[in-house]
Each structure stands twice: as structure tokens, then as C-alpha cells.
Write a protein that binds this ligand. Structure first.
Ligand code: SF4
Ligand code: SF4
Length: 371
């Protein structure tokens, strides 16, 4: 996918701070990718903070390493373990709480859903595609999730076309990258001396209008075209093409499910880092005096024992059944549910799997396709 070339604004690198200032003046907190605990994660910037530069990342099955170079670039890496998911579907939250009043009556309260607007800088196309899928799950239908809805409405997204896909990326084969086509407020193409920048929404245009941009040159447009082509061509992994639902469901008894299960630890890392996984559990946490309780929602994983526990029976007791559930849903029955696969090709589940299980290879073996 190639970025639209009708863009004509260039933000010189020395003016990058003006983007942060314009966002803050527009009422947004800024969250940007910084290195923390050995990984690139989105962090809220303080007023004096600047975007880090020269970060490089190596990814391979079961491997993620951060390095540093003298590059002036701020986004010359693919992605970290986080996507946009924690900003909209938080890992742990209170949905409502209950308190017993002095007369013994139960009083229920909902949490404050006001969320400060936040601009997230450095979003990749795969994560925009994942956000669109999470929107469908949490917002479409008769009952939109009010908790997700409030946080989603607070987001201003500054996307960056990916110039350095990692070894584990395969967004070209899912049609979700490496260049963004929609879903952003501002879109950047990074070059050594600055950013070709375009707006994707009226809010984005308002911020763009405040920036000290100059006109793009033909050379810059050629450079970003070449960069986007290269980012697509260097991806070596791919999913088998088309709707895999029939092939996966025709192979529910394939012996390879058991072969994968002999390596899989059922740790759930893949579902935690996956930007489209949305499973959760709800539980009540009461105080010892029984006067107060919180109704909690927190991320769950189809790899846990409890996820398939129903009325005294664990439906998927074995790891083979759990891995099959994950893959057959993600790449198969999502098509019936949402009209497309649930995978956007970000490669996180490959990098962050402690034993390096690679879904592109496993599914190719199971459906009998060359990966
Ligand atoms: S299944 Fe893996 S590659 Fe696909 S979206 Fe989820 S984490 Fe990314
Ligand atoms: S596939 Fe990998 S990350 Fe996922 S549960 Fe198994 S061992 Fe953990």
C-alpha cells in the first residue's frame, strides 16, 4: 500500500517540538514511544520531554532487542509490545462499585468516565487497522461499551508510515501496511531532515495549520515513495492468502495442533500483545467487612485454564485445544464475525512468544499452504 502523494507540507526536523507544542496548545496530553524496561512503549510526555531518536529494534521469533544508533530519526523501528489497545481497552478497570449505606441499603456507583484528550504519536498502520477492529467489537451493535467509547473519543492519532519493518512483520500480506490509508488525524513520513506531513481529519488539519511547515520538494516525495516501497518489499513473512476459515475448520483434527502444543507454554503472551484480542473476565472484589465491592474487568486469554471453564467443566483442558481456539478464531471465524481476519500482521505474537512460535508457519502447515 503506497501513501497518497498529493501531500505538500514538510515539517523540518528542528521544528518537531512545534508539533508537541501545537498538540498541547490544542488541549492534548502527548504520549510518545520511549524506551522503558528494554522495550519501546508509549509514555505520557512531560512538558520538557522530547521525542527520543536513534532507537533501533531487532525482532525475531522469541526475540526483541533495543539498540541505539546516531540516527536523527525518531521512528526508525517497527513496533513495541504495546499497540493502541491499552489506551482504549485497559488491562484492569472498575466497571462499577457497590457500598452498603448506614441503613443497610446497597448503593451502586459508576466510575467517572471523563478522559483527558491524548495525542498518541508514532502510531503504525497495523495498529490503526487493529483499532478499527476493536471499534467494531466494542462500539458496533446495539450496546456500545461506554468505557471503551469514552477513551476512544479522547484519542488524537499521529501516525507514521513504517520505514523499518522488523523480521516478524507481515502487514503487507494482511493488507494493513506498511503505509497508513485512513484512521489517523495526522500522518508523517519520516526523512532524515524532517517529516512529510498530511492531515486525515478536521482536527488534524487544525493542528497542521499551526505548524511551521514548508512546501515539499519532488525529491522528498520520491524519497518517501521509495521508502514505502522498500518497507513493503523487505517483509519476508506472510499469511496464506484469502479467507482461511474453511481450510482451518476442515483441519480441526490436524496432528500439527498437538505438535505446536508440545512447545506452547499456554502463557498467554501472544494474546496480551495482540492488538486485536479483546477477551476479558469480570470479577467482584469485596472488602473484608462486606461493606464495599468493586466489579472489575481485566484482560483474559483463551490460553488460560479458566477461560473455557463452564459449570464444572473446562472445555479446552489441553494446550492443543487452546492454541487451536486462538488460531481458528483469529484467522478463521473472525471472517464470519467481522468480515475479515483478526490478524493485522504486526508480528508481536511471534516476537513476544517465549518459545518463538510463529503463527505464519503454523497456519501454513495446518492449511497446507507454503508460507
Ligand atoms: S495475531 Fe499476532 S501478528 Fe496478528 S495481529 Fe495479533 S499479535 Fe499481530
Ligand atoms: S503461542 Fe507462545 S506466547 Fe502464545 S501461549 Fe503459547 S508459548 Fe505463550
Amino acid at each position: 500500500m503506497e501513501a497518497p502523494r498529493s501531500v505538500n507540507s514538510f515539517l523540518p526536523r528542528k521544528a518537531l517540538d512545534a508539533l508537541l507544542s501545537a498538540l498541547r496548545d490544542g488541549g492534548y496530553d502527548c504520549a510518545a514511544p520511549v524506551v522503558r524496561d528494554g522495550a519501546v512503549v508509549y509514555t505520557r510526555l512531560q512538558a520538557q520531554d522530547r521525542l527520543p531518536h536513534g532507537i533501533s529494534i531487532q525482532q525475531a521469533p522469541g526475540r526483541y532487542r533495543v539498540g541505539f544508533t546516531d540516527s536523527p530519526r525518531n521512528f526508525s523501528w517497527a513496533n513495541g509490545p504495546q499497540a493502541l489497545k491499552p489506551f482504549v481497552f485497559t488491562a484492569h478497570e472498575t466497571l462499577w462499585s457497590a457500598r452498603r449505606d448506614p441503613d443497610g441499603n446497597l448503593c451502586f456507583t459508576e466510575p467517572d468516565r471523563n478522559v483527558d484528550p491524548v495525542a498518541i504519536i508514532g502510531v503504525r498502520s497495523c495498529d490503526l487497522a487493529a483499532l478499527a477492529l476493536q471499534d467494531r467489537h466494542f462500539l458496533d451493535g446495539a450496546c456500545a461499551d461506554p468505557h471503551y467509547q469514552a477513551r476512544r473519543a479522547s484519542l488524537f492519532l499521529v501516525a507514521v508510515n513504517c520505514s523499518h519493518p522488523s523480521d516478524t512483520c507481515f502487514c503487507v500480506s494482511t493488507g494493513d501496511g506498511p503505509a497508513a490509508s485512513d484512521g489517523y488525524d495526522l500522518l508523517l513520513d519520516e526523512l532524515d531532515d524532517g517529516f512529510v506531513i498530511q492531515a486525515g481529519s478536521p482536527e488534524g488539519q487544525k493542528i497542521l495549520d499551526r505548524l511551521p511547515v514548508v512546501s515539499t520538494t519532488d525529491r522528498q516525495l520520491q524519497d518517501i515513495n521509495r521508502q514505502n516501497r522498500h518497507a513493503a518489499e523487505c517483509q519476508t513473512r506472510r499469511l496464506p492468502p484469502g479467507n482461511l476459515e474453511p481450510a482451518l475448520f476442515a483441519n480441526l483434527d490436524h496432528p500439527h495442533w498437538q505438535t505446536v502444543a508440545e512447545r506452547c507454554l499456554s502463557c498467554g503472551n501472544c494474546t496480551s500483545v495482540c492488538p486485536t484480542c479483546f477477551c476479558y473476565r469480570e470479577l467482584d472484589q469485596g472488602t473484608l467487612d462486606s461493606d464495599h465491592s468493586e466489579h472489575i474487568r481485566e484482560w483474559d486469554s483463551c490460553f488460560t485454564q479458566g477461560h473455557s471453564y463452564i459449570h464444572g467443566v473446562t472445555i479446552r483442558a489441553g494446550t492443543d485445544l487452546r492454541y487451536r481456539q486462538w488460531l481458528a478464531h483469529k484467522l478463521g471465524s473472525w471472517h464470519s464475525q467481522y468480515g475479515r481476519s483478526g490478524c493485522v500482521g504486526c508480528g508481536r505474537c511471534i516476537s513476544w512468544c517465549p518459545v518463538g512460535i510463529d503463527l505464519t508457519e503454523e497456519v501454513a502447515t495446518i492449511v497446507g499452504a507454503a508460507s
